[in-house]
Design a protein around this ligand. Structure first.
Ligand code: 6R9
Length: 571
């Protein structure tokens, strides 16, 4: 079978020659773009915001915000002043370097000032999804020992204060806040605070942000990143997002997910780009409208969103003017080839898949606009980082061998700690110096990486190893299938059999005939052993808030086992 490829796009890109850059690039070269390379004094918020105010971007829009009728815009200068005010308020109430300041809020300008303000005075900020319920909030605040929280009156009801003895001060963003010793009216205090602030210069290795991410079992773990992450976020905002001076950039991710900070705040602002933030729930019409209204040129989203847009149909795309778009990217889950084909058809642009993790802090394997895309592949490692497929002992495997997707330890934005859990941190690394991602993949002979599934999700059926991604991607090519999740179900004869959970597109109803049709579609299109023996139709698949299909939940449902931590599951 001929390999499907999409040729490079013609254009003037930061990364014109991937192979050559990969051979020659040194991180130290990039670091010389920053004054801290010479002075040793660093602060992420300074580099992302204040630095631009000293230069020519002072009056450039840093943030366009829309949520229903609330529409606002802020220049870099305004962002600087508001985050200074926030920093001053925190300082007044005792926040010191290294203290954890958690932010439990809907996406709003205040959320961004609060995070930047905290960073400016050396605090470690911790973003939480606004949809978290009490248990999820408790686990994270307890584990981090957070003393400070920024939240809204509505969300405060989900903060179990009696269980959180460390929590000293709560900054409330709302109208008519009743101030007490513990409850502070954040907006009122910001209004009174000075818009000038002496930034606290910190060390490159000082703590910046704590992102809680849940493993498949057990409690969520706090992944700590440091200010040094900026160098990789900065370079990838150029190489991968290809952000230019005139771009309007929209990252659809919430800051509760690492994508919403590394590439919803830090990366784009480090290169001085204009960020669009849209609040509220996902609706295809609203999303296309946002692209049209803001003139979005670079758009970063996730497979789940693209699949939902695809499911909503082509007719609706045509109602909007999307000609401002020039570069589209995806992250969070494997990007099905069918989705890339659809995107190329309706948007006239390829969708560029990017692979990375909360733990990696920034992009690791990507597709670049100047490079050929092989749909279904995550692309190639970013310059300055070495990636390989290794066995459990850390031995590098040859092309086409499925194994552990591993990264050579020491890339700049690597996590520096799992909060309170050094054993867990150590468990990511092999003695031979590889970080093991927990993902299973292979590399082809040209160095493109192909994702198979989480190691735990790979299915062993009649002696064949089947990655869920291949089967799911084939399933969504079927016209009736909107989304699919695959699990291995224990079977006395075959070891495991493949079971598919499927949600149907609008206009299709479950039936035995459809089931049979879907099964033979996979048999013919992929392989007999990859066809699901069992199919179950669901209205919706269980997903995380970042849009990942939760296969372990499907599996526990199937086997009648406890589902483990569900705090990151969508409502
Ligand atoms: C940024 C982010 C990390 C896990 C990762 C992998 C999956 C992310 C992917 C992808 C296939 C891609 N993942 N991007 N799988 N192709 N392009 O998603 O971080 O939430 O920590 O998840 O997500 O399984 O190991 P995080």
């Amino acid at each position: 079978m001929k390999l499907e490829t999409l040729p490079p796009k013609k254009g003037d890109y930061y990364l014109q020659d991937y192979e050559e850059t990969y051979r020659n690039f040194k991180w130290e070269e990039a670091e010389q773009n920053f004054s801290w390379y010479h002075t040793g004094k660093v602060n992420m918020a300074y580099e992302a915001i204040d630095r631009h105010v000293e230069g020519f971007r002072k009056n450039k829009v840093a943030l366009y915000y829309r949520n229903g009728n609330r529409i606002e815009k802020y220049t870099f200068k305004e962002m600087k002043e508001w985050s200074n005010r926030a920093g001053n308020v925190f300082k007044d109430y005792g926040v010191e370097k290294g203290d954890r300041v958690f932010v439990f809020m809907p996406r709003s300008p205040e959320l961004y000032y609060a995070m930047l303000g905290g960073i400016k005075i050396g605090a470690i900020v911790g973003p939480l999804f606004e949809a978290f319920m009490e248990g999820a909030v408790r686990d994270r605040l307890l584990d981090s020992g957070a003393e400070y929280l920024v939240t809204t009156p509505e969300l405060l009801e989900r903060v179990p204060e009696k269980d959180l003895p460390d929590l000293k001060t709560i900054f409330i963003v709302g109208e008519h806040v009743q101030e007490t010793e513990k409850y502070i009216d954040f907006k009122k205090q910001m209004g009174k605070a000075s818009k000038n602030l002496d930034i606290l210069w910190v060390d490159r290795e000082d703590g910046l942000i704590l992102h809680y991410t849940s493993g498949s079992t057990g409690k969520p773990k706090g992944v700590l990143h440091v200010h040094n992450a900026m160098i990789q976020q900065y370079m990838t905002a150029k190489w991968v997002l290809d952000l230019k001076e005139e771009d309007i950039y929209w990252c659809t991710a919430d800051p509760g997910w690492v994508t919403g900070t590394s590439y919803g705040m830090f990366g784009p602002w480090l290169v001085g780009a204009t960020n669009v933030v849209v609040g509220g729930r996902f609706r295809p019409e609203q999303w296309y409208q946002a692209i049209e209204d803001f003139g979005v040129s670079v758009w970063y989203s996730a497979p789940t969103a693209f699949r939902m847009l695809m499911g909503a149909g082509d007719e609706i795309v045509n109602r909007y003017d999307l000609t401002s778009l020039r570069h589209i990217l995806s992250v969070g889950e494997p990007l099905n080839p069918e989705v890339i084909r659809w995107g190329t058809k309706v948007f006239g642009h390829r969708i560029h898949d990017t692979w990375w993790m909360t733990e990696t802090g920034a992009h690791i394997i990507c597709n670049y606009p100047s490079m050929e895309i092989r749909p279904g592949s995550m692309g190639k490692p970013i310059p300055g980082v070495k990636v390989a497929i290794v066995d459990n002992e850390g031995k590098e495997l040859p092309p086409y061998k499925m194994g552990n997707l591993a990264i050579r330890k020491g890339w700049p934005s690597m996590m520096r700690k799992i909060w309170n859990n050094p054993e867990k941190y150590a468990s990511y690394f092999l003695p031979s110096g590889w970080y093991v991602s927990g993902d299973s993949a292979y590399m082809d002979e040209d160095g493109y990486f192909w994702f198979q599934g989480r190691i735990d999700d790979v299915i062993l059926t009649s002696g064949e190893r089947v990655g869920p991604f291949e089967v799911e991607s084939k399933l969504v090519e079927h016209p009736a299938v909107a989304e699919a999740g695959i699990i291995g179900k224990p079977d006395p004869v075959r070891g495991e059999i493949i079971k598919a959970f499927i949600s149907l597109r609008d206009g299709y109803e479950p039936s035995e005939q459809l089931e049979e049709e879907i099964r033979s579609f996979v048999k013919k299109g992929l392989a007999a052993h990859a066809a699901p023996r069992e199919i179950e139709f669901l209205d919706k698949l269980p997903k995380t808030r970042s849009g990942k299909i939760m296969r372990r939940v499907l599996k526990s449902w199937e086997l009648g086992l406890p589902t483990g931590d569900l705090s990151t599951m969508e409502d």
